[in-house]
Design a protein. Structure first.
Length: 311
């Protein structure tokens, strides 16, 4: 049963979010509905989807809105960086509906607000933010967890909000205090899954609260590590050169196909141009055959330490 009987206000992604859907992942705050910067409402979007989709299977994207349909789950509409409308499909699961509110909807909404949403995990290491980006299944959250085990703080998992300061310094804003980890990663870290909530019912990917190691303040972004799985025997580390950095930022922007469809290519390019010379970029290529998160964490810390020594 979908919990829309109560109304809630939360803090995440640097935003106050009023929601008619219960979002247990997010910290609740005491704020009146009309003061919230983002509002999430339940609505019937079936007619509008039929009118606008014109044969599109999943997405309709225009300058000020993104609309998409997830079969057996819901239809979603994100407008003007301020509103999210959700039309649940009968028989859909609440966890599944919420997954897209906090993922694709927030990614689209952040772009509408001129916030760059990178796809990955971000942590605070020695007072600065480092982003671990990569395709789905690369092991971003697992690597982030290995760094959390060493005492560092989480800023975001999945959607990383990046803005530019008045001096064009890239800044990472905290998202919310949760990771998503597969059972095999939990086993490697010795974390018991019995008390954890599956991300989706009957799946072996779990929501892992990170309350005590969550960074609640925005932090300057100092580096990006691109994580890639490959048929190599050993971990490989290479710097990402200047022009490649534009491709890295574009490729790992959350739901990057929205950028061109919404007419935001110039914004994305100018934002990337402001970032590529201010932060470090490295590519980490890891074997698919064995667990390497601890070794990868060592490599990241070695490079971060070297940079701190130079500074």
């Amino acid at each position: 049963m979908i919990n829309t009987l109560k109304k809630f206000t939360y803090r995440a992604f640097g935003l106050s979010i009023f929601s008619e859907f219960f979002l247990p992942e997010l910290p609740q705050i005491d704020m009146e509905e009309h003061l919230a910067s983002v509002k999430v409402h339940k609505a019937d979007l079936t007619g509008l989807w039929s009118e606008l989709s014109e044969g599109a299977r999943y997405f309709v994207v225009e300058k000020d809105f993104t609309m998409f349909h997830v079969p057996d789950t819901a239809i979603y509409l994100v407008k003007n960086g301020r509103e999210i409308f959700v039309s649940p499909i009968e028989g859909s699961e609440e966890d599944q509906i919420r997954l897209y509110i906090l993922g694709t909807c927030m990614g689209a909404l952040l772009m509408q607000r001129m916030v760059l949403p990178l796809h990955g995990s971000a942590l605070v290491i020695y007072g600065k933010a480092y982003a671990i980006v990569g395709d789905s299944g690369a092991g971003k959250s697992t690597l982030a967890s290995a760094l959390l085990k060493r005492g560092y703080q989480l800023l975001s998992d999945d959607v990383i909000p990046v803005t530019l300061s008045e001096k064009n310094v890239p800044i990472v804003t905290p998202a919310y205090p949760q990771q998503k980890l597969w059972q095999e990663s939990l086993d490697q870290f010795g974390i018991e899954s019995k008390q954890l909530r599956p991300i989706i019912d009957r799946e072996t990917k779990f929501a892992v609260p990170v309350l005590e190691q969550f960074a609640e303040e925005s932090v300057p972004l100092a580096g990006v590590f691109e994580l890639i799985r490959s048929d190599v025997n050993e971990i490989e580390v290479t710097p990402i050169q200047k022009l490649e950095r534009f491709h890295t930022l574009f490729h790992h922007t959350y739901r990057n196909f929205i950028i061109s469809r919404s007419g935001m290519m110039d914004w994305h390019f100018s934002t990337s141009a402001s970032m590529v010379n201010k932060i470090d970029f490295h590519r980490l290529i890891r074997p698919t055959t064995h667990f390497t998160a601890d070794n990868l964490a060592d490599l990241i810390l070695t490079r971060v330490n070297k940079k701190e020594e130079i500074v």
